[in-house]
Write a protein that binds this ligand. Structure first.
Ligand SMILES: *Cc1c(COP(=O)(O)O)cnc(C)c1O
Length: 463
């Protein structure tokens, strides 16, 4: 399978190269040249399979030419061995027509583990073959850093360095980054804010000599490999609820549009999905776009669902590419307008195409807290604030087909919001209960570019 850029001016690549490259050279995102379809019989045959076997059958055509079957199957097994639930992505029922898909049983208690754990294995296999060594550097305000660390810890061809703002992440988040014992994991506590970390990172990526010297690589949410891994649980959950014989709808707590775009791919492959509901918090650029036809930046307002606090939604470019009839030049022009003027009007034809695929809703802070409170009162389930945004937005779309709301994080990751809603702090899962006793290892670094660069150089040389 070959991948092309949404901006139409970068060379087409195979799966492994598209994954290792991340962002295309023309600034676009890689998308499959043609989507494989699954027949009704093939979808029906997924019923009752272990998650790993279903994942193999669904993703196999996408990696063709990069990984052979036996190798790919083994990598999937290794990736998902770290998920602490036999079903990997279990369903829980909230109401006769409403289900939660629990995606938080991985090592960092959030759905990003499903993509990151697989990416870690696929990167290692591809690098081993070419004899390359890379340094993954990321900046985090809390969550993605630990997902990257968990995915790459102990892998021989990768160093992973995570920059976080000193004193500005929660204790659970910090400990998840500072307690892994593997020598290839480095947590760097930077004197400054998250924006300072991001700005420094951006400059490092712009510095070609430094980039080549240490094999600087990112694994952000636009990586096609991450989107692909997320396609799987749309299939497994829909099949558990009666697909392909019965349609299913999904509500997805959305920030960068990676997770819900995976749902759109599943539908395009043949899964009967009736509705895909985009759920946003008050950072609602996607909801405004779908209702008003205008994609426009506003400032970011901090919320109790921080992993969805975004100004623009990077993976939305893939949906625009589809909606503009795969016209790379048109997408490139929209992105220029976004950069220059802070937004753009979506054409009549394209907004119609987007509305055919997605509906949307928004939850205020009060509505989010109320959804946590009400879900607990009605079902005994404790949900995280991101999931609560989804549960709130799903309400007007319930019935007659089953609705699945994605539970994107474990409530114990956001204990303050949960306590504010229902007066109780959710406990950490048992297998993580010793997090507070593990020794920490971290390097404190001044918040300037040269200090950061030399810290990173030192760590890669030592490995
Ligand atoms: C990243 C994240 C989201 C948003 O997912 P996108 O793919 O960026 O839309 C929602 N909830 C949680 C807990 C997250 O970590």
């Amino acid at each position: 399978m070959r991948y092309v850029s949404t901006r139409g001016r970068a060379p087409a690549l195979g799966f492994a190269d598209a994954m290792l490259t991340g962002l295309a050279r023309d600034g676009g995102l890689y998308v499959p040249e043609a989507l494989p379809r699954m027949s009704k019989d093939e979808i029906a045959a997924l019923a009752g399979l272990p998650y790993e076997e279903a994942a193999f059958r669904i993703m196999r055509p996408f990696v063709e030419g990069s990984f052979d079957d036996a190798e790919f199957r083994a990598l999937i097994d290794r990736a998902y061995a770290q998920i602490g639930h036999a079903a990997r992505a279990p369903l829980v029922q909230l109401a006769p027509d409403h289900f939660l898909l629990e995606l938080f049983h991985g090592p960092t208690l959030a759905f990003k583990d499903f993509a990151m754990q697989l990416i870690g294995q696929l990167f290692q296999a591809a690098l081993e073959r070419s004899g390359q060594r890379i340094t993954i550097v990321g900046a985090t305000s809390g969550d993605t850093g630990s997902a990257a660390i968990e995915a790459f810890r102990g892998l021989p061809n990768v160093d992973v360095m995570i920059l976080y703002p000193h004193g500005r992440v929660s204790e659970v988040q910090r400990r998840q980054m500072t307690t892994p014992t593997e020598a290839n994991v480095h947590a760097l506590a930077v004197d400054g804010t998250f924006d300072d970390c991001q700005a420094a990172l951006k400059e490092m990526f712009a510095d070609e000599a430094f980039r080549d010297e240490i094999g600087l690589t990112a694994v952000n949410s636009i990586n096609w490999g991450r989107v692909l891994a997320q396609v799987v649980y749309f299939f497994t959950s829909a099949v558990a609820l009666g697909a392909p014989h019965r349609p299913v709808s999904f509500t997805v707590p959305t920030g960068n549009f990676g997770d819900i775009y995976a749902g759109a791919i599943a539908r395009d492959m043949g899964l009967p999905i009736e509705r895909l509901v985009v759920a946003t918090n008050r950072n609602d650029i996607l909801h405004r776009t779908l209702t008003e036809g205008d994609y426009r930046k506003e400032g970011v307002a901090p919320t109790i669902s921080p992993s969805m606090d975004i100004q623009v939604s990077s993976n939305f470019e893939r949906a625009l590419w589809d909606a503009y009839g795969r016209d790379g030049a048109a997408v490139a022009q929209l992105m220029e307008e976004l950069k220059g003027q802070g937004g753009f009007a979506v054409s009549q034809g394209a907004i119609g195409a987007l509305r055919d695929r997605f509906v949307s809703g928004r939850a205020s802070e009060e509505e989010t807290l109320e959804a946590i409170r009400r879900t607990h009162a009605e079902t005994g389930e404790v949900i995280c604030p991101h999931t609560a945004v989804g549960v709130h937005v799903a309400q007007p779309f319930l019935g007659p087909v089953p609705m699945v709301t994605l539970a994107t994080a474990h409530p114990a990751k956001f204990p303050d919001a949960v306590e504010q809603a229902m007066g109780q702090r959710p406990p950490l899962p048992l297998r993580m209960a010793d997090l507070y006793d593990r020794p920490e290892r971290v390097t404190r670094v001044a918040g300037d570019l040269e200090a950061l660069k030399s810290a990173i150089r030192e760590k890669t040389a030592a490995a």
